[in-house]
Ligand binder design. Sequence first.
Ligand SMILES: C[S@@+](CC[C@H](N)C(=O)[O-])C[C@H]1O[C@@H](n2cnc3c(N)ncnc32)[C@H](O)[C@@H]1O
Length: 455
Amino acid sequence: MTSQYKKFIKLIAKWPLDSSKGERDLGKVIRDKVKEAFESTERINLDSELCNRQYAALNRLADNHYKNKYKRTHNSTATGLSTEECNLMLSSEVLTYLKEENKGFFSKRLRTLPLRRFSTEPVEYKDHTPVLLNEAITHLSPKDNEYYIDMTFGAGGHSRKILESSDCNLITLDRDPVAFAKAQKLAEEYPNRVTPLLGRFSELPNLLKEKGVKQQSVDGILFDFGCSSMQLDNGERGFSVSKNGYLDMRMDAGRDPNQITAREVLATANEHELYKIFKIYGEEKKAAKIAQTIIQARYMIKNIDTTQELVDIVNSCCPDEIRLDKLQRPQSNATKIFQALRIFVNNELNEINYGMVLAKYYLKIHGRLVTITFHSLEDTIIKRHIAGNIVNEVANPVPLKYLSPTMVQDQDTINYFLDTPWRAINKHVEVPSDEEVERNPRSRSAKLRAAIKVK
Ligand SMILES: C[S@@+](CC[C@H](N)C(=O)[O-])C[C@H]1O[C@@H](n2cnc3c(N)ncnc32)[C@H](O)[C@@H]1O
């Protein structure tokens, strides 16, 4: 952000929006004017001297310099001036000038992007490379005539390997219609062995009921959480920090018309809500600053519509900062913010918790569970289900040892907490080999857990 722009932001922050004043709220009028100017594409050269004079005039108003002339009747920082009076304070030339000055902040290229949908033509992307493939199949150990569920079909890498390893039957699930279409193709390749289902974990009970699948009837369940490469690499889906596109991020790709997009979250959540999303789901250390900047941009410039605009906003909050990933490669400053929004939009953590509850109901005794997670928020839920830190079928937000350090629990309570239907097969998580990480860097943070249902 340029210094001129920062100056105006500070100034306008002195006028918090006072909705009771409607059109007479100066803060609102100025914000609308600035937004309008930043959205317009006209170029007018304006001398910065005039801009400074306008700024000084506004500043005097903000400091209640004219208190004798314009009496404030309410205890509010808004001035209560009319729209015309406000227009005189900040002329359209000044606003256009500000926009010109800030063209680096929201690059011109981005402002000319269509705001709603990009092309709806199907695009072919390189298929997803399955992570920890051999390890997952070894633990699942498919056998002839048994029944398995691949809960996260994606591009079907794990599913194909399950079908190749034995003459078993496979149900595939994915919430993404693109993945579902791939599962239908796989079903044609393996006639009478594959049942493709389209839906979320939370929709699975109804889908299985329609197919006549009963509880305690499945021999193995696989979860490979997160996004597929087809989702991440397709800019139009809005998941990618490096490919520009409309900020969508819905794994279901519009299947559910009521599901909110990332763009709608950024346009409607308040500052504290955005902060919580970024802090909790992204573990982002600059969550507060980024949330504040998004709100400022929203009032003064425009809503954040594209992935590139969001990356620009986050970068403006982390000047001179170079972040590295686990492989010490430069990573976008916006990676955690994207992760947070994706988790929120897709309700991912609740879905994972629900998926684990379903695994317990649908597996036979001695059925096998394999999970692959990609960050600690996902892994913690799996760990607590397997180890037995569950209350009312929900993974506890805190580890058992912190639940009540001062209280001595009776044996029944301890047994209730520790009750688990699972026996872990691997004591520690399994991670990809160096060769796998080199071949497929997206596997770098994967963790595999395997367990047997014992009761
Ligand atoms: C990492 S990919 C799976 C890749 C797959 N194992 C393969 O080998 O190609 C994760 C997939 O899970 C799907 N997914 C994530 N959460 C889901 C949920 N709650 N219900 C159903 N599918 C989900 C995503 O749409 C995505 O296609």
